[in-house]
Write a protein that binds this ligand. Structure first.
Ligand code: MCA
Ligand code: AMP
Length: 494
């Protein structure tokens, strides 16, 4: 049996999950996920690493479904619950999904796609009854595919094995001293590592309780904190920014009640994007907590973290986590010294196995001796790593989401009026970076605002550019390539 399930058996009576529908023990989670697992297997011995898509809102039903897929020997492929149909179709096709599991509310969206692609869609509410044993799933088998944007346009599927996931979990459990009486609030999307590994899986590994809200809402977060049960919280900088804004508008009495509650937390973590020092300081003023900033990536879980005990240095990401090797390398492939920028390269059991069906991309992502190339530039300063940026301007981080400028450009160019376009990220206090687009159009009277709605049917909301400028032509260099730097400065001037 995989370790996470063995450990769950040891905590069977404790509460694993709390969501708006109720409270669920580890025993119930084990029982319900086994039933759904058998319904997936339908008498087969094992799913043998077939890819199972699932579209379920964050909460008990999501966890039950993820565990059911793992226990049947399948690869779990979570589908973002706010994806428009073209993005869902992309995942279904690219991951070669063999069955999609879904809660009732997503069946109408998935049914027509399933019919078109010949993929069966199963409602998780009505599992088929099968009396059979569950397979022994090897730790070396593939467990999960998460989609991540790269510089090559379309998102790639990052394949992690059970062993990779266990390494990612245990590094954090050890470093952040997870305990079975911890109670964490999870308000993150569950198609990314941050919500799935750092929050959900670490909690369940530790016998702790993971409470869900279906999505982020500042009032609901503070209302939950007021109850006094939650003692751990992890989020992206944009969420802390939004919480600060909400708290500042409360009256003094409410502010005091919330600040009191926050001051009792064991730990609060920020990551997925650079935490502005101003946000760290404002949050410290509100909560008395110094946010612990850490650094990670879909391909490797977390790699570098500020210490749980010891100095949490603002503007820095800390030191390598247990079991993770890190080095900084310059463009000449030489190791750099302290104070000199280099690319972060990582090795360890935490590092993913491959990009799904993309052997070339997988090979390009590693050095010959197996170091993973993150594309992030950092330097070491008095024992702490500090991120300086990324080596590609086409990767944007907004609201904690990694977004490919090229993917958006490709779609924008299919609009009948758009002759050409360039997408960039511009610095923004709330979002980290804001996605913006310069467009060249064939109809002068065209209103770029119309593009937003057109794009929303094709891309998730967080990828839709917020601002547009109309240009006669895009700024280019002598090679004819769009200069993203100039495009960025056009937006800063406007
Ligand atoms: C949403 N909106 C945005 C963005 N996202 N606008 C600009 N930039 C964005 N990135 C817009 C929507 O289109 C909508 O606009 C309005 O904001 C409200 O949308 P909604 O989705 O409701 O936004 P929200 O609820 O305010 O969400 C903000 C959020 C969310 C909670 C910060 O973006 C979020 O959950 N981010 C976390 C992402 C995450 O977990 N990343 C981890 C991956 P309109 O009203 O016009 O329609 S990175 C990772 O896993 C690695 C391993 C790591 O290191 O952690
Ligand atoms: P993703 O591909 O969505 O997993 O995003 C991973 C990327 O997020 C990394 O390659 C970094 O560029 C960025 N990132 C994660 N944590 C931090 C952090 N603490 N500071 C700066 N960037 C971060």
């Amino acid at each position: 049996m995989l370790k996470i399930f063995e450990r769950a058996e040891q905590h069977s009576k404790q509460t694993a999950i709390v969501d708006p529908a109720g409270m669920y023990s580890y025993a119930q989670l084990l029982e319900d996920s086994a039933a759904l697992s058998k319904s997936l297997l339908q008498g087969k011995h094992s799913l043998k690493e077939s890819t199972i898509g699932f579209m379920v809102k964050p909460g008990y039903e999501y966890v039950k479904t993820q565990w059911a897929i793992w226990r049947a020997g399948g690869i779990a492929v979570p589908i973002c619950v706010t994806y428009p149909p073209p993005s869902i179709q992309y995942v279904l096709e690219d991951a070669q999904i063999s069955t999609v599991l879904a809660s009732e509310e997503f069946i109408p969206t998935l049914q027509p796609l399933g019919q078109k692609l010949g993929i069966p869609v199963q409602n998780i509410k009505t599992p088929l009854q099968y009396d059979q044993r569950l397979p022994t799933v090897p730790e070396s088998s593939r467990a999960m595919i998460l989609y991540t944007s790269g510089t090559t346009g379309k998102p790639k599927g990052v394949v992690s094995t059970h062993l990779n996931i266990e390494a990612q979990i245990t590094a954090l459990v050890e470093a952040w001293e997870w305990q079975e009486d911890d109670h964490i609030l999870n308000i993150l999307p569950l198609h990314h590592v941050h919500g799935i590994i750092n929050v959900l899986s670490c909690a369940l590994w530790s016998g702790a309780c993971c409470e869900f809200l279906p999505s982020f809402d500042a009032k609901a977060v503070f209302d939950t904190f007021r109850k006094g049960e939650v003692n751990l919280f992890m989020a992206v900088p944009t969420i802390y920014y939004k919480l600060i804004g909400y708290w500042e508008n409360l009256d003094k009495e409410d502010q005091n009640v919330i600040s009191n509650r926050l001051s009792n937390f064991r730990l609060m973590v920020s990551g997925s994007a650079a935490l502005p020092v101003s946000t760290l300081e404002k949050w410290r003023h509100i909560s008395g907590q110094t946010l612990l900033e850490r650094y990670g990536m879909t391909e490797m879980g977390m790699a570098i973290s500020n210490p749980y005990r010891g100095e949490r240095r603002p503007g820095h990401i800390g030191q390598p986590l247990p079991g993770v090797s890190v080095r900084l390398v310059d463009e000449d492939k030489k190791l750099v010294e302290e104070g000199t920028p280099g690319e972060i390269q990582v090795k360890g059991d935490n590092v993913f196995r491959e990009y799904w069906n993309r052997p070339d991309a997988t090979q390009e992502a590693f050095t010959e001796d197996g170091w993973f190339l993150t594309g992030d530039i950092a330097q070491l300063e008095e024992g702490y790593y500090r991120i300086l940026g990324r080596n590609s301007v086409d990767i944007i981080k907004s609201g904690g989401y990694k977004i490919s400028a090229l993917e958006i450009e490709e779609i924008l160019r299919t609009h009948p009026v758009v002759k050409d376009c360039g997408v960039v990220g511009t610095p923004d206090e709330e979002w980290g970076e804001l996605v913006v687009a310069g467009i060249v159009v064939s109809d002068e009277n065209f209103n770029p605002e119309e593009l937003k709605n057109w794009l929303k049917d094709r891309l998730p909301g967080y990828k839709v550019p917020r601002k547009y400028i109309l240009l006669d032509d895009l700024p280019r260099n002598t090679m004819g390539k769009v200069t993203k730097k100039e495009l960025q400065s056009l937006f800063t001037k406007n």
